[in-house]
Design a protein around this ligand. Structure first.
Ligand SMILES: [Zn+2]
Length: 333
């Protein structure tokens, strides 16, 4: 057993369905012997792969949290073949606050792996996922969105795979999830990964892992939630974990690689000229930053440094220097 101070109320090796909390020790004035609750469910039935489904890695990203919480209630052992570990609020303090980072230690879980077993609560959670949960798993799915400050259409994220087998497995998950877009990272994502993300952790443990960006802007989109729930069931079915599910026809995925973000260099109110999916060219004006506190000064045009199409945008009007306004991607084979 890995060196951890976190204790689990569920026995991950037992057959059947269980729910409970990971107890992250947290000794403070109002609760000297207290712990922070991270909800966890496990459904385990016989032979088959183990998959970790997680959301709430960033606390202001909601569709995945709802979809996985629903699976916690709906999945029964008799429906599945294998083991599913469900972590709907991975950084629970952040998720409960509705913030990207934890209000307890300011920790950004997806920048904290491999974590620290004796560190802050966020560091302890990262370490637990990497050293206790992922070594049990064959596959992992980490659900995100653009959070409070960005909006993504449903987009699967994955590495190319460091072996032919890994590449085939990642393509299988992409096809099964069947989201409108897939963002394929450069590089294989093998065990040498030094990334501080959950995906990096999965790569280090030899776990086939995909992420998804599912909406954002601090809201829940009905259609994106439906696509999330459909995609998760399709993924489980394609891995043999949900044999009774009957997937509908594949809708198809536009596969892209990102080129970079368009940033604000001024402070003001941003008027976008582009929607998600629209083409942009190098030098094209993609919006205006209005300096409304000195309204007699004209707005500042924002130029795209890239050719491609808009994959994600910033849905907030107020911008300041350094804020990403758009992410530009381009098609890949
Ligand atoms: Zn995120």
């Amino acid at each position: 057993m890995a060196d951890t101070l976190i204790t689990s109320e569920v026995n991950l090796d037992a057959l059947g369905g269980q729910t409970g909390f990971l107890r992250v020790p947290h000794s403070v004035t109002r609760s000297a012997y207290g712990w922070l609750p991270v909800p966890i469910s496990v459904v385990n039935n016989g032979k088959g792969p183990t998959v970790l489904l997680m959301a709430g890695n960033h606390g202001d990203e909601y569709e995945g949290q709802i979809a996985i919480a629903r699976l916690c209630r709906d999945l029964t052992p008799d429906q599945i073949q294998g083991r599913i570990i469900l972590l709907p609020q991975a950084n629970a303090p952040a998720a409960q606050a509705g913030t990207r980072t934890s209000p307890i230690d300011n920790g950004n879980l997806n920048r904290t792996f491999p974590g620290d077993p004796k560190g802050t609560p966020t560091e302890m959670i990262a370490h637990y996922i990497e050293e206790v949960l992922l070594p049990l798993c064959d596959y992992a799915v980490d659900l995100h969105s653009g959070g409070a400050s960005l909006f993504y259409p449903p987009t699967l994220l994955r590495n190319q795979g460091h072996t032919p087998e890994a590449a085939a497995a990642l393509e299988q998950l992409e096809t099964a999830f069947d989201l409108p877009y897939a963002w394929v990272f450069q590089g294989g994502g093998g065990p040498g990964s030094t990334a501080r993300t959950a995906l990096g952790a999965a790569n280090r443990k030899g776990v086939i892992c995909v992420m998804a960006e599912l909406g954002g802007a601090g809201a829940v989109d009905r259609d994106i939630l439906a696509q999330t729930e459909r995609g998760l069931k399709r993924v489980l079915h394609s891995l043999g974990l949900l044999p009774g599910y009957a997937p509908d026809a594949v809708r198809g995925t536009r596969r892209a690689a990102t080129k970079g973000s368009v940033y604000a260099y001024d402070t003001g109110l941003f008027e976008p000229f582009k929607d998600i999916g629209e083409d942009v060219t190098v030098g094209e004006i993609v919006g205006l930053i209005h300096l409304v506190d000195t309204p007699w000064c004209g707005p500042i045009p924002v130029h795209s440094p890239y050719d491609g199409f808009v994959l994600c945008n910033r849905p907030l009007a107020q911008v300041q220097r350094g804020d990403a306004l758009f992410q530009v991607a381009d098609d890949v084979a």
